[in-house]
Design a protein around this ligand. Structure first.
Ligand code: 4AD
Ligand code: MG
Length: 431
């Protein structure tokens, strides 16, 4: 029996005959020899078919193979330094499993709308495969870190009765006879869970009905949200820089072939170690005004501002203590300066913008109640959240990290749409 092996582990079989199961990525031929590039989900390898060795019948069979047909290939594994994977297969037999005619994505350039319309096939290309692999490793690294540091994973609901991050970007739906919204963030529920379990996190989808069409925005994205009882603002920032550095190092250690496929400059990533630089909002405004931007205290930053600030550093940078009115209702005021809150956004280097938003949360019952009034938030929907301040309230903090923005940065992508298997964007729900 010929052993069935994957391309990733093929190096263990040098000199032996093995079987690969996969798809034909590309084919070249020169009369007496055909080169089949076969992919199997774990990698890509060149399979060499020599007419004088396989005979006319198998050679003719190979001649008929078309792009993205599925097949099995038997052959002898040879180490080859010139091959990108380090190995080649000298073919002894080939069998077609499923034909593929007129495959729409050819190996020439395609426009991005065409590719997005064919996302179900586009993900087969080595570049997209590498991105999805890294995305999975980023999620694994995040769980590894948090599970290893005393966090318990908790899954907040997707269908919710109220907003977390402001009411303008809510996806409305019906919940039988009630109004309901798709979650924008699990934070409020995680705060409840932190009072039950101490340190908790979630990993799941979040929805924002934002009419933004930028390279950083998705309508449906994934967020990882740690929430920690007894953590102050400072503890929160320290955790964030350790966590992000761990994730980057994990990808560097475990995804070398994928980063190479993407042509990522890994030297830039290896600089991501704690501590991260910090600027207050006030310092950031002053710096921007000294560098050709025109901003008043109280204005929010746009993408060009974030990029300009981040470009000064080769690591992510924290912008701390934003004006209260720019941020969500639940953030704890700075005790020395109540016009700002104990929050921070983490901006990734190389122009990727905000990847993390976090803060210390209000733990005082009366202050939170006042915020509800100021923001005109209905107490029926949030009564349970106020309860957390009524029964054994403690200082606590947390943050949310956007998975796709993090993956886009680590992979060096131009747009977050490639960082999720099936992107939901403004005006795109297909496929
Ligand atoms: O800054 P945001 O809105 O923070 C929250 O939702 C908090 N409740 C999180 C918390 O403290 N538990 O979102 C957090 C992160 C952003 O920094 C960004 O990386 C990502 O989520 N994000 C988006 N990613 C893609 N597309 C969008 N439309 C995003 N909106 C936010
Ligand atoms: Mg934010």
């Amino acid at each position: 029996m010929t052993p069935v092996v994957t391309i990733r582990e093929i190096g263990r079989w040098v000199g032996q005959t093995v079987r690969l199961q996969g798809w034909l990525y590309n084919k070249r031929s020169s009369g007496k020899i055909q080169f089949l590039q076969v992919r199997d989900g774990t990698g890509l390898i060149q399979c060499v078919v020599v007419r004088s060795e396989v005979g006319d019948e198998i050679f003719a069979r190979c001649d008929k193979l078309t792009q993205e047909c599925s097949l099995t290939v038997d052959g002898v594994v040879r180490a080859d330094e010139r091959a990108p994977s380090g190995y080649e297969l000298t073919v002894t037999d080939v069998n077609l499993i499923g034909p593929s005619h007129d495959y729409p994505i050819t190996l020439k350039e395609h426009g991005v709308d065409f590719l997005l319309d064919h996302r179900h096939l586009w993900i087969r290309t080595p570049r997209q495969r590498a991105i999805l692999k890294i995305r999975a490793e980023v999620m694994r690294a995040m769980s590894l870190y948090l599970d290893g540091h005393g966090f318990t994973r908790v899954d907040p609901p997707i269908l919710t009765p109220a907003a977390c991050e402001g009411t303008t970007e809510l996806f409305h739906t019906r919940y039988f006879d009630e109004d309901a919204y798709l979650t924008q963030s699990g934070q409020l529920y995680l705060e409840a869970a932190a009072m039950a379990l101490g340190k908790v996190y979630s990993m799941g989808p979040a929805f924002r009905a934002e009419k933004s069409k930028t390279r950083r925005h998705l309508i449906e994205f994934w967020m990882i949200e740690p929430e920690m009882a007894f953590f102050r603002h400072e503890d929160n920032l320290r955790l964030q820089e350790e966590f992000v550095s761990f994730v980057v190092k994990h990808v560097l250690d475990n995804c070398e072939p994928e980063l190479r496929t993407l042509g990522r400059d890994v030297d830039k990533l290896s600089k991501v170690v704690p501590p991260f630089p910090r600027m207050t909002y006030d310092e950031a405004v002053a710096w921007l005004n000294q560098h050709g931007h025109d901003l008043k205290w109280g204005d929010d930053f746009g993408a060009p501002h974030e990029t300009a600030i981040a470009e000064q550093f080769d690591k992510p940078v924290f912008i701390e203590r934003y004006p209260t009115h720019l941020k969500a209702f639940y953030m704890q005021p700075d005790p020395d300066r109540p016009e700002v809150v104990l929050c921070a956004d983490m901006l990734a280097p190389e122009g990727y913008g905000e990847i993390v938003g976090g803060s210390e949360r209000i733990h005082d019952y009366y202050l939170l109640k006042r915020r509800f009034e100021e923001h005109q938030l209905p107490e029926e929907a949030y009564g349970w959240y106020l309860d957390l301040r009524k029964y054994g309230s403690v200082p606590h903090s947390g943050f949310g990290i956007g998975l796709e923005r993090t993956v886009a940065w680590i992979c060096g992508l131009e747009h977050v749409r490639e960082a999720i298997p099936f992107p939901r964007m403004l005006y795109r729900l297909y496929p």
